[in-house]
Design a protein around this ligand. Structure first.
Ligand SMILES: Cc1cc2nc3c(=O)[nH]c(=O)nc-3n(C[C@H](O)[C@H](O)[C@H](O)COP(=O)(O)OP(=O)(O)OC[C@H]3O[C@@H](n4cnc5c(N)ncnc54)[C@H](O)[C@@H]3O)c2cc1C
Length: 485
């Protein structure tokens, strides 16, 4: 089957009847439910874009000869890497980078794990074959994916087997002839309600020991697998007009708790079974973390461009762009953008072929970018808040503008330097929805925790950084002026 269209994406979700719960009720059709229907439409736009911009978004499948999504492509050259990233950028632009889990993120993951799959063969060659087959299946059927990595937050001071109820977290119950039975809870599948299939993988950051082998699993199952439930948090799409909630009314992806009630996973969908050693190394040794980070950096460049555009428009709107600290805050966003662009350039132009023949970006550059952006994004949101001030609260709705009596008052009273009240408030509502609304606050939280706990990531970064040359440099320097004693 070639790359799917938006209509096919919606039809598949309708037919799947995934087991989704929200606001205390079971959802009968996510494509029409108020919490999900708007983001489903935004996802459909992405799939349609593949067909509208075929040259940019599709490539010829090496196995079927069909036109499939280029974000699944195994890059063999630097040009391939750049082509893939340009398609990712195209998708990110539709939401200003606010739809963090557009399908390309996990398409990059299954590509890397499917092609550079030797680690899975440590337990059995069959597992590596499964990863390869799953990649091809996902690519040929344009499967939309969600994923879940994290054990529930019961007691972080203990390993899973030490928890007071060691059966809360997802664990292996039984190995059968035809597959495995798993049971328990995993967090926090963004887009869990609106995708076709679920990848269960270990966390990159939280390493396990052998006693946690029963929790060390990697597999993929359809979201409508019997016993699987997606319990969605409250929706931040309040059913408002896109004029009022320009982001929340279109790009609210939803985050779900995933419950497995003795779920059966056939062997052909299992990549790791009860093996903490393999789990701990999965993301690094397959280079999945590199290809996922490549997508993330491309998406975050678009997001920073969007934030910069909003900041500059706000400065123009209320005539603050000549003030020194305002310019300086604009500069902070510009420096963030240019730094991210440099990381991306270095990652792509220093790329090299890995053991599986995949052109792989330079991880040094991407690792710096993925550790840095979570620290800087909250500051970008803060800058928007500082620039907007009362303008982020003086934001009547479109209905207020249509009102016979108050409409003319606010149209005049909320005018900007060159804008009428209607246009200025529309802009400031966008700034509010990006940073202060429930949707906007989640964006900040999301970016902070995107790749895992930034504190632990920072510790791992420090530990793995080659520090010796710098210490040696200082020793040499001091040696020059040292007198023998
Ligand atoms: C909006 C959003 C969307 C997400 N989407 C997904 C998704 O689609 N799929 C997915 O798998 N995950 C998703 N996540 C989960 C994300 O990966 C985790 O939030 C992240 O890895 C941090 O883990 P945690 O939430 O369990 O935090 P915890 O590990 O529980 O940490 C909580 C706090 O305790 C501190 N802490 C805990 N343990 C230690 C320690 N050993 N040493 C020092 N400090 C410690 C942390 O620094 C942190 O401040 C999402 C999270 C958010 C916020």
């Amino acid at each position: 089957m070639p790359a799917k269209t938006g209509a096919e994406y919606i039809q598949r979700l309708k037919e799947a009847q995934n087991n989704v719960y929200i606001h205390g009720e079971k959802v009968t059709d996510v494509t029409t439910h108020p919490a999900f229907k708007n983001v489903v439409q935004s996802m459909a736009v992405l799939y349609d874009l593949q067909h509208e911009k075929r040259d940019k978004m599709l490539y010829t499948s090496p196995t079927s000869g069909e036109k499939v999504g280029i974000t699944f492509m195994q890059p063999k050259t630097i040009d391939d890497l750049i082509r893939r990233r340009e398609a990712m950028t195209e998708w990110a632009k539709t939401s200003g980078g606010m739809m963090g889990r557009s399908p390309d993120y996990l398409n990059a993951d299954v590509m890397a794990m499917g092609t550079n799959n030797r680690i899975f063969a440590e337990a059995s060659p069959y597992f590596a074959e499964n990863a390869r087959n799953y990649y091809e299946y996902a690519r040929e059927n344009d499967i939309s994916l969600t994923h879940t990595l994290i054990h529930p937050q019961v007691n972080r001071a203990k390993m899973q087997h030490e928890q007071k109820d060691a059966n809360v977290a997802l664990h292996l119950v039984e190995e059968r002839e035809d597959g495995i039975i798993v049971d328990g809870i995993r967090l926090l599948a963004t887009q869990g309600a609106i995708t076709d299939e679920l990848l269960v993988f270990p966390s990159t950051v939280k390493k396990s020991g052998e006693q946690d082998d029963p929790y060390s699993l990697a597999f993929a199952i359809p979201n409508n697998a019997p016993g699987l439930k997606f319990i969605s948090r409250e929706s931040f799409d309040y059913g408002k007009k896109p004029w009022d909630h320009p982001l929340g009314a279109r790009f609210e992806e939803g985050d779900t708790i995933v419950s497995f009630d003795h779920v059966f996973v056939p062997w052909e969908r299992v990549f790791v079974c009860g093996n903490s050693s393999v789990c701990n190394r999965t993301f690094t040794e397959t280079n999945a973390v590199v290809h996922m980070a490549h997508q993330v950096v491309a998406k975050n460049i678009v997001k920073t461009e969007f934030v910069l555009g909003v900041a500059l428009s706000m400065m123009d709107a209320i005539g603050i762009d000549q003030f020194q600290h305002v310019k300086d805050k604009g500069t902070e966003i510009m420096l963030t953008l240019e730094t991210m662009r440099s990381h991306l350039y270095r990652a792509e132009h220093n790329a090299s072929i890995d053991a599986s023949g995949t052109m792989t970006p330079d991880f040094t550059a991407l690792n710096a970018a993925r550790n840095w952006y979570p620290r800087v994004y909250p500051r970008l949101a803060e800058i928007i808040r500082i620039l907007g001030a009362s303008g982020l609260m003086g934001i009547p709705t479109e209905a207020d503008f249509q009102h016979e009596q108050i409409g003319p008052i606010i149209h005049r009273g909320l005018q900007g330097k060159h804008l009428e009240g209607y246009e200025r408030v529309q802009l400031f509502r966008l700034a509010w929805d990006m940073t202060l609304s429930a949707f906007g606050s989640r964006q900040t939280h999301y970016e902070y925790y995107f790749f895992g706990d930034p504190i632990k990531m920072g510790m791992a970064y420090f530990d793995s950084y080659d520090k010796e040359p710098f210490k040696a440099y200082i020793q040499d320097f001091l040696q020059q002026t040292r007198v023998k004693v």
